[in-house]
Design a protein. Structure first.
Length: 277
């Protein structure tokens, strides 16, 4: 059995935004402490985008500082708050290779599990920039190892959460292109996403899509209709606890746990056999 932790939407920033700098760093450090205390310890962490808040080089330097004490290998994906070149200047290499078109897309092979990371960033917009050429790369990468259990990682989820102001257009071309790339490729066990700052699950082309909570603050769960042109004063972000997802792979079976990070008082100890039939 092996485990991989997914963290997402870190939104690390600098002293120019002191509230979010302090809050997001503290929450990220809490998540990292919790992950390091897991038993068995995960063999890797995948940070699935919105690593920083504005894509500035100084923010990536702050992120490097925070992650410098991490004892677990970290791999990276980019999200809509990232900027590709400053990110690559800071983190490019084995932890975030690029494909032939310069997108942050790559595959990592672990023992009995493959992780395929996709790039959904289109700089200058919040919505997904996943495109036909990126979908073609994904399909070809999946076809290279059709018998290896695989998790696909991308920042933008291709399913709806019901939080209207965060959701994509369900008829957007990129969703159809992604669906075609994963349809019938039965080695895909789950598509892991971020972006919405909440955990939710759904299906696309018969494949499970699982979205992780943020290490930074969460999106408020309000499913009522909203006029995107007329702000109505609703709460949109809330300081719910930071979270992460733990992927468990065991002999081809893959399970995901949505986890809350923090220190909690023990409730029951295992002191005698359960005695279940």
């Amino acid at each position: 059995m092996l485990t991989i932790a997914q963290i997402t939407d870190l939104h690390v920033t600098t002293g120019q935004d002191p509230l979010n700098q302090l809050r997001n760093e503290q929450r990220l450090r809490q998540v990292l402490r919790t992950i390091h205390e897991l038993r068995p310890r995960p063999i890797a962490i995948i940070a699935s985008g919105d690593l920083v808040d504005h894509g500035d080089p100084a923010e990536y330097a702050e992120l490097k500082r925070i992650l410098s004490g991490c004892e677990i290998p970290i791999y990276y994906a980019v999200g809509n708050h990232d900027r590709r070149q400053p990110f690559l200047d800071a983190f490019g290499g084995a932890s975030a290779p690029t494909d032939a078109n310069g997108f942050v897309q790559y595959a990592v092979d672990f023992e009995g599990l493959r992780m395929v990371v996709c790039d959904t960033l289109e700089e200058g917009r919040d919505r997904s920039g996943f495109s036909a050429e990126r979908a073609e790369w994904l399909a070809q990468t999946l076809d290279a190892q059709p018998d290896t259990p695989t998790i696909v990682v991308m920042h933008h989820p291709p399913i709806l959460s019901g939080v209207r102001w965060m959701d994509p257009d369900p008829n957007a071309p990129w969703i159809g292109e992604l669906a075609d790339a994963i349809r019938g490729r039965d080695q895909v066990r789950v598509v892991l996403c971020g972006h919405v700052h909440r955990a939710f699950h759904g299906l696309l082309a018969g494949q499970v899509v699982a979205t992780a909570p943020a290490t930074s603050i969460q999106v408020t769960l309000n499913l009522s209709p909203v006029d995107m042109e007329r702000p109505d004063g609703r709460e949109i972000l809330v300081a719910e606890p930071p979270g992460y997802v733990l992927v468990v792979a065991d002999e081809g079976r893959v399970t995901t746990h949505v986890c809350v990070a923090g220190e909690f008082e023990p409730a029951v100890a295992y002191t005698r056999p359960f005695g279940f039939d």
